[in-house]
Design a protein around this ligand. Structure first.
Ligand code: ACM
Ligand code: ZN
Length: 541
């Protein structure tokens, strides 16, 4: 309330200045094509004439990431840092501190014939206000030209704090430019989390200084299975590799930070570890030797849970990972770890006996809890796929529910934080059409745009007092069948547009039809950003 009255005061002050007589160029909110849709948009009378010499007036307490955004999008415009010395027309970015605790990502955007005012509690809120403002300008911007902005009032805030997308760079590798583009596109959709799946059976893709063989050996596979020719195996006969140096990782982290995107690195354990074991077989149960995976699926050879040196190895890796990524959360995988080797391993069996564990599932729980303790000792927290519920959840772990919502519900019932990313509809490696023959080859399944748009990350079964444990949701982009950046974009967009609205606009979003109308306008932006998105078909409309 305090904030709203302060804001009204500012509006009155700006309204006292002389105004122009331009008509509002739009007559309905949908034609603005804003994605994700703000919580409240009211069109007003008139328009604001944005001139080439119009300054951006940025509050002195605002984070310099905001200056960075303005400089990038409006390179010819002056930035004035003292709003009190400023008189005249401009784009004012203002922090309003109040006693009322408001959501940190919230913003207000007011456009009148007399000026533009974005106000927020935090710089991050201003960032999202700027993203909305940017969508009101032409898609391809020439900031030396005059533009007309519709007079309006927007009140906006996200429903969910975790608005994410994941990308698997192990199955296929994508270079720095693409990773940055992927992150930038997330920020443009007001998404704030990038889950970077850096290692798996088919490659280890992050330089670890203390274990150079992880990338020397683990980042290259000798060939790749063709489509689904697993048995008999048909490979393409071509070596495939790539990894990110630590300097490159730092560069991406800094790039994402500029855009208020947090990166969650994922280091898989105890399963999906064949590439690491090919480099360091001594941390397996059998001692190897192993080859980096050449086909997709689940592999029996996983880290040995009975060998203390396995934990030293993983802790040393995690030290370097935590040094690179400031994220509070570190994803430690935990999914799809067959217990075959542990059952036959004397060391693993000895551990079960010594620790009075019931079985191999309890050994998995021991493994995750031991790693959690280490990660917690460094002031961080773990996230794991829902298999980490097996044998008992680690005390502070956050669960990423992928095999449906059951795991997420069970974790929330135990008062653990949850990220909902059930295969249906959050796996964006699934087909987007029933007509699979007309689509590029994919892993299977069917997750059309409509299903994504209609997703609600809060399961009905969850009692009201547990719903707060659901932090949000994310898209998972597994790349077994995405060998090119174009294919990744085709699978991710426009489904990420729909998910951004599920997570940002949340329960106050309008109908799917309304989304489709705005999306058609938004496609012009995706064109300007050179995104290789999938076009709508009759099935989608
Ligand atoms: C997963 O899809 N194995 C998390
Ligand atoms: Zn073992």
């Amino acid at each position: 309330m305090i904030k709203k009255s302060l804001f009204l005061l500012l509006l009155v002050l700006t309204a006292c200045q002389p105004s122009n007589n331009f008509k509002n160029p739009v007559s309905d909110v949908a034609s603005l094509g804003l994605v994700p849709k703000p919580q409240e948009v009211q069109l007003k009378k008139g328009a604001f004439l944005f001139d080439a010499d119009m300054p951006f007036v940025i509050d002195s307490g605002v984070d310099n990431r905001i200056d960075g955004f303005v400089k990038k999008e409006f390179p010819h415009h002056k930035i004035i840092k003292n709003k009190y010395s400023f008189k005249g027309k401009g784009i004012v970015l203002s922090l309003i501190k109040s006693d009322t605790l408001l959501q940190k990502e919230m913003y207000l955007l007011d456009i009148s014939p007399n000026g533009v005012l974005i106000s927020a509690d935090t710089s991050q809120g201003l960032f999202y206000g700027l993203q909305t403002l940017r969508q009101l300008f032409p898609d391809v911007m020439d900031d030396t030209k005059q533009d007309t902005l519709p007079a309006l009032h927007i009140f906006d805030r996200p429903q969910f704090g975790w608005r994410g997308a994941h990308l698997d760079v192990s199955r296929h590798f994508f270079g720095m430019d693409f990773i940055k583009k992927y992150v930038d596109l997330l920020a443009k959709h007001k998404m704030n989390t990038f889950h970077w799946h850096l290692v798996d059976d088919q490659a280890w893709r992050i330089e670890i200084k203390s274990y150079p063989k992880l990338t020397k050996i683990g980042s290259v596979r000798k060939e790749t299975v063709v489509k689904k020719h697993f048995k008999p195996f048909v490979g393409d006969g071509k070596a495939y590799g790539g990894y990110y140096t630590q300097d490159e990782i730092r560069e991406v982290v800094a790039y994402a930070r500029e855009r208020y995107v947090n990166i969650i690195p994922e280091i898989e354990m105890p399963g999906h570890s064949l590439a690491a074991l090919a480099a360091y077989p001594q941390y397996s149960c059998t001692g190897g030797p192993f080859e980096v995976g050449t086909k997709w699926g689940v592999f029996k050879d996983i880290y040995c849970a009975g060998n203390d040196s396995t934990f030293v190895f993983l802790e040393n890796i995690l030290d370097e990972v935590m040094d690179l990524f400031p994220s509070k959360y570190i994803h430690i995988g935990g999914d799809e770890a067959p217990k075959t080797r542990w059952k036959a391993c004397a060391k693993c069996q000895q551990r079960i006996k010594q620790e009075h564990l019931k079985d191999e599932k309890a050994l998995q729980s021991y493994f995750i809890k031991r790693i959690e303790k280490y990660v917690n000792s460094k002031g961080r927290q773990i996230i794991g796929w829902d298999e980490i519920l097996q044998g008992g959840l680690a005390p502070k772990a956050t669960v990423m529910s992928w095999r449906g919502e059951k795991g997420g519900i069970a974790a929330a019932q135990q008062n653990h934080s949850v990220i909902m990313t059930p295969m249906k509809p959050c796996y964006f490696d699934h087909y987007q059409s029933k007509d699979k023959d007309k689509e590029p080859f994919a892993i299977g399944g069917y997750n059309p745009l409509r299903a994504v748009y209609n997703y609600n990350p809060i399961p009905k079964e969850l009692p009201a007092n547990k719903r707060g444990h659901v932090l949000g949701s994310q898209a998972n982009v597994w790349t077994e069948y995405m060998a090119s950046t174009e294919q990744v974009e085709y699978m991710a967009y426009p489904r990420i547009c729909a998910l951004s609205e599920v997570l940002w606009t949340g329960s106050s979003r309008d109908s799917y039809d309304d989304f489709i109308q705005r999306l058609k306008r938004h496609f012009h932006r995706l064109d300007a950003w050179k995104v290789h998105y999938r076009h709508l078909t009759k099935e989608d409309e």
